[in-house]
Each structure stands twice: as structure tokens, then as C-alpha cells.
Design a protein around this ligand. Structure first.
Ligand code: GLU
Length: 507
């Protein structure tokens, strides 16, 4: 590439960050880092009516959790700031003015009531060449009328004048050549009555001023592309325009339509990166982070939604992704979201992550579950025993709470059908014999002891293991029974066996 690669993620701070948004961040980031370029975060907050308190901070927190740190942003600063569009208001006015002077835009003085009236009269009304002359604007009105209205500070907007019969053509990195017939495009507002630009003007001006070389965004923005391309042509010249890539959607698990927050609620999985609490409705939407995903896994499965390196490799570190990422390998079609597969990635990453690091990450989850951890080293040992069974960090709670306290309930119903007197006698003997043992016996020693005792009682060890497990952990789960005994040690083991025998005798 001739000039330094500069890409941007340009969210409007209107709420939680959807999976698709984070994948857009990721592809921007990977592309930038692959080419030794810069990744910019620009906050597109010109629509004051959609402003949501806390949403910008949430975006920064999400990027931080994912480890996708911008080189320039409202927080990190940079040479092309400010990075919040609401702070750049004065810049846009001058470009809107240039467009008017060149005849590519015009003033429109229609009041909201005028527009409402017109919408009532004309079904599917569009402010476009078909109706422009029927409206109150600097094309339809005489020059002196326009100057008079402007002199009187009559509220007005500035609209782009979409040309007659022009086809807009551009090359999208993912889609190839894209053609638009602009006859169906309306004369979009560029500058609003409050002097704020709309997204269309601001995005073009800022991509230019921030020297953006490649603009990647969700496919839902494709219909806006012709307006942006016309603005590039009118203001700066198409040779300066960034290269575009419109990223395919993340689809519902069923395969059709964009994955929405509602799909997550319906099917019981997160769609936002982190928990999002709507400041107005107070409604909280669960995020991947709080659900128990590792950021490495989150990033990894997002990268694989619509991209691969051409081999079967699925597990990538961020460094490997940076090295292998190639936008041209992003599929044109949408990628179906598969929550089970996402959990598989997380499990693989849990296995890969050092137990000490997991212990640190898990501490808040244990705190939240009111499970007291007395010794970090004990937690680390337990993590080693259960990690292969955990898809989510939250699974560690269910898979290991019995290591820290006796189970709250014992599934005696699962023992009873095959319960018999000689088993009762065996477990009584087992608890008595364990009382005789000294110190902290290891799993292997405990197993030999158990098997020898089973032989004396003429019962197959296999018939005794399930009841023993249920007595210790409460149900049919958990790692090796003797590893559990080794960890919880003799006094707790004996207490749990005695307690279960008591429960069974009451049935
Ligand atoms: N502000 C737009 C959004 O909210 C950005 C689209 C673009 O990247 O051009 O997604």
C-alpha cells in the first residue's frame, strides 16, 4: 500500500454493542495491524435525539475488554481530533456551504408541518427530483426570495441535489463492482436546522479529514453508499476516496435475517458484547463477558464468522489473526450465528488459559455466587480438575462449588432405585475406615483403599462409584471421585457420606 493504512470504527453511541458491531471493529483492527496501520475510533453522535448516556463509555469498555485498543479516539487523543462529531460542528458547515456554491446542494425551508402535509398527499413521498419543485427550497424559489428567507434566519436544512440519470459505480473489496441507479435516491438532508450535520455529510468529511484509507462497515450501510460517493466526488475527488468494504451480516441461527437482540432473548444467548443497561427503560441485556466468555474466545469466534484463512484452522490468537487476516477472504454471504460453536471456542480457550489467570478471572464470578475462596492455590488446583468440563466461566461455579462447601442438596432419587442393604453397609464401613486414615491421602491411595474395601464387601466398584459421587457433589457430575476426595480431604468426605446415609435411611 502506498500510504499508511488508516481505518475507522464509527459507531453512533445509541446503546449496547451488538456482535456485528464488534466484528466490524475486529476486521478494522486486524486489517490495520496486518498492514502496520492505524485504527481510529470516531464517535458519530450528531443525532442528538438518539443520544444515550453511557453508550460511549460502554463502547470504550468493550474495546478495552476485547483488547482492540484504538490508536486514536476521544479517550486516546490523536492528531486528527476531536474524535466526537458533536465537537466538530463548525467544520461541517463550511463543506455544506461549498456544496451549495457548486450547485450540488440546496437550502430547503419546508417546515415539519409542510413535510407532513406533503406525506399525506403523496403516498411514499420522497424529497427527490420528482417533487423537489413542489417544495420550498432554493431550487424552486426565486433567488431574491431565498436571500430574503436566509436574511430573516428562516429555519432551513441543506439537502444534496441528487443528479438526474447518474449511475454510481464503485468497487467494494468484498463484493466487487457495485452499481446504483440513483433515480430512486432522495435528496438527503446534509445539514440540519440546528446546524448539525447528518451522518451522510459528517462521515464523508471526517473520513477525508482523518485521512481514512479504507472504510469498512456493516452491509446495512450499502444503500447509503451512493450518497457518500457523490459527496466524495463533489467535495474531494474520487481518487481520494477510501476503499470500501461492506461486511456481510451476522444471521440468525436459522439462517435468514439479521441476528437481533430479540433472537438472543428468544433462544437464550447473548448478542451484546457486555451487559448493557438501558438508562431509560432500565432494562439489562446480558453480554458475552458476563455470560462467561473469555475475550480471546469472543474475538476468535467473531473472526471466524464469515472469514477463514483457507485452511481448517479454527483456533487463532490475536497475533495469528493479525498475521493471517485478509479481507478478500471474507465471504459475501452472511454468516449464521451458532451459539454452541461459540461455546466450543470458549471451551478451547479455557483449556488453553493458564489456571492462575483463570483463577483471577473467576474470582468475581465466585464472589457473585457467594462462594468464599480461602486459598488461591486451592482454587487453582480445583480449576485444573474441572476446566475440561467448562464451556463458560459461569460453568466453573456449578462444576466446582462442592469443592468449597458441602452441596446444598443431594440427588438421593438418583441413588435410591439401586440402593440396597449391602451398599448401605459398604458406605458405613467406608466412612469408618476413612476415619482411620491419617493426613491428606492422594487420589491413587484412596482409590486402592476403596477398591479393596469393595472387594471385601463383594460389590463391584463400578456399582459404588455413582452413589459415592452423588454423596460428595450432590449430583451426577464432576471430575474423578478420588480427585474430589483428595481435594476436600477426609473430614469433609466422611461428613458428606454420613449425611447422605442419613438422608437415604429416611426415604
Ligand atoms: N455511524 C454509523 C453507525 O452507527 C457508521 C457507519 C459507517 O461506518 O460509515 O454504524
Amino acid at each position: 500500500m502506498d500510504s499508511k493504512v488508516r481505518v475507522r470504527f464509527a459507531p453512533s453511541p445509541t446503546g449496547g454493542l451488538h456482535l456485528g458491531g464488534v466484528r466490524t471493529v475486529l476486521f478494522n483492527y486486524l486489517f490495520a495491524k496486518h498492514h502496520g496501520g492505524e485504527f481510529i475510533l470516531r464517535i458519530e453522535d450528531t443525532d442528538q435525539t438518539r443520544f444515550v448516556a453511557g453508550a460511549e463509555q460502554y463502547i470504550l469498555d468493550t474495546l478495552n475488554w476485547c483488547g482492540l485498543t484504538p490508536d486514536e479516539s476521544p479517550l486516546h487523543g490523536g492528531a486528527y481530533g476531536p474524535y466526537r462529531q458533536s465537537e466538530r460542528k463548525a467544520i461541517y458547515t463550511q463543506y455544506a456551504q461549498t456544496l451549495i456554491e457548486k450547485g450540488f446542494a440546496y437550502y430547503a425551508f419546508d417546515t415539519p408541518e409542510d413535510l407532513e402535509e406533503k406525506r399525506k398527499q403523496v403516498p411514499n413521498f420522497q424529497y427527490s427530483r420528482a417533487h423537489r419543485m413542489e417544495m420550498k427550497n432554493s431550487i424552486s424559489l426565486a433567488e431574491n426570495e431565498v436571500s430574503e428567507l436566509l436574511k430573516k434566519n428562516t429555519p432551513h436544512v441543506i439537502r444534496i441535489k441528487i443528479p438526474d440519470e447518474e449511475e454510481v459505480v464503485f468497487t467494494d473489496i468484498i463484493r466487487g463492482e457495485v452499481r446504483f441507479d440513483v433515480s430512486t435516491v432522495d435528496d438527503k438532508v446534509l445539514l440540519k436546522a440546528d446546524g448539525m450535520p447528518t451522518y451522510h455529510l459528517a462521515v464523508v468529511v471526517d473520513d477525508y479529514l482523518m485521512k481514512i484509507t479504507h472504510a469498512f462497515r456493516g452491509e446495512e450501510w450499502l444503500p447509503s453508499a451512493p450518497v457518500h460517493i457523490l459527496l466524495w466526488k463533489y467535495l474531494f475527488g474520487l481518487d481520494k476516496m477510501p476503499k470500501w468494504a461492506h461486511l456481510p451480516l451476522i444471521l440468525k441461527p436459522e439462517g435468514s435475517g439479521k441476528l437481533s437482540k430479540r433472537d438472543g432473548e428468544r433462544l437464550g444467548f447473548p448478542v451484546f458484547a457486555m451487559d448493557w443497561s438501558d438508562p431509560i427503560t432500565k432494562e439489562t441485556t446480558v453480554g458475552f463477558k458476563e455470560k462467561g466468555f473469555l475475550p480471546e474466545a469472543f474475538i476468535n469466534f467473531l473472526a471466524m464468522l464469515g472469514w477463514n484463512d483457507g485452511t481448517d484452522k479454527e483456533i487463532f490468537t490475536i497475533e495469528e489473526l493479525i498475521a493471517a487476516f485478509d479481507l478478500e477472504r471474507v465471504h459475501k454471504g452472511g454468516a449464521k450465528f451458532d451459539y454452541e460453536k461459540a461455546k466450543w471456542f470458549n471451551q478451547e480457550w479455557i483449556k488453553k488459559t493458564d489456571n492462575k489467570i483463570l483463577a483471577e478471572l473467576l474470582q468475581p464470578f465466585f464472589d457473585q455466587a457467594n462462594i468464599e475462596i480461602h486459598e488461591r492455590s486451592y482454587l487453582i488446583k480445583v480449576i485444573g480438575l474441572v476446566k475440561d468440563r467448562c464451556h463458560l466461566l459461569t460453568d466453573f461455579i456449578t462444576q466446582s462449588s462442592f469443592f468449597f462447601a458441602a452441596p446444598k442438596s443431594i440427588d438421593t432419587a438418583a441413588i435410591l432405585p439401586k440402593w440396597e442393604e449391602k451398599k448401605q453397609a459398604f458406605f458405613t464401613a467406608l466412612s469408618n475406615s476413612l476415619k482411620e486414615m491419617k493426613g491428606k491421602p492422594l487420589a491413587a491411595e484412596l482409590e486402592t483403599h476403596f477398591k479393596t474395601l469393595a472387594a471385601t464387601h463383594e460389590i463391584k466398584p463400578g456399582d459404588l462409584l455413582l452413589p459415592l459421587r452423588i454423596m460428595l457433589v450432590g449430583g451426577k457430575f464432576g471430575p474423578g471421585v478420588f480427585d474430589i476426595i483428595e481435594s476436600i480431604e477426609l473430614p469433609d468426605t466422611i461428613a458428606r457420606i454420613v449425611h447422605s446415609l442419613q438422608l437415604l435411611s429416611e426415604k
